[in-house]
Design a protein around this ligand. Structure first.
Ligand code: G3P
Length: 217
């Protein structure tokens, strides 16, 4: 499973790159607004520190505007992945951008039918929002299961990029289902390490080692 981080905060991204666990980055207009930075500048900075796909979302909703914005964004860096909404104009733009090899992440996916359309549009990634489905009392992971089942029936090139992740259990369940990618808020990615028995066991090892009075170097 590939791990992307869902943020436009360069400090968080830099610290996670050093972990060796980061395969890419996703941003969205809300995360860019939260960063307080110039959009194109922050995407350029992120692309310089993360070798994998960096999703940069268009603001346009009409085909011509989406294509105009995509043409600006994809010139920023080779690893820019254009993020488009799962709408008729978004998917039309996706098809055209993919024809010349531009990576496209189709976002705001909330149903298996939508995910089927994204795959037929040759999207590089489709982003089903698990957390927001859970938030309205439906079963977000059931959406992932349906999409995996559908995609397994065909040789689609589209990778399932589980988004709107709220907890480590979302990551574990998505991995058990075989989703290709999870994009995690920085705090969720860091929390994957956490287990009380690891902390307790390490403390015991260190205490017992200290009793030996030995050093290794
Ligand atoms: O960036 C796409 C998605 O991960 C946003 O999730 O629901 O936390 O805003 P959410």
């Amino acid at each position: 499973m590939k791990f992307f981080v869902d943020t436009a905060d360069l400090g968080d991204i830099r610290s996670l790159v050093s972990s060796g666990l980061l395969d890419g980055v996703t941003t969205n207009p809300s995360l860019v607004a939260k960063s307080g930075k110039d959009f194109k500048e922050v995407i350029k900075d992120i692309c310089a520190v993360v070798p994998g796909p960096v999703s940069a979302e268009v603001a346009g909703t009409e085909y011509d505007q989406i294509m105009a914005e995509a043409n600006v964004l994809r010139k920023i860096a080779d690893n820019v992945c254009i993020k488009v909404p799962l709408t008729p104009d978004g998917l039309r733009a996706c098809r055209h951008l993919r024809e010349d090899g531009t990576m496209v992440n189709v976002t705001l996916c909330f149903s298996p039918a939508q995910a089927l359309l994204a795959a037929k549009s040759k999207a590089s990634f489709v982003s089903p929002f698990v957390g927001r489905v859970d938030d309205i009392g439906w079963e977000g992971m059931g959406l992932i299961a349906d999409i995996v089942q559908i995609y397994d029936n065909y040789d689609f090139e589209t990778e399932i990029l589980v988004a709107s992740v709220r907890s480590p259990m979302h990551v574990v369940e998505a991995a058990k289902l075989g989703a290709h990618v999870a994009t995690l808020p920085p705090a969720v990615l860091r929390s994957l390490f956490n287990h009380p028995l690891t902390e307790k066991g390490l403390a015991t090892f260190l205490a017992d080692w200290a009793k030996t009075g030995q050093t290794i170097v």
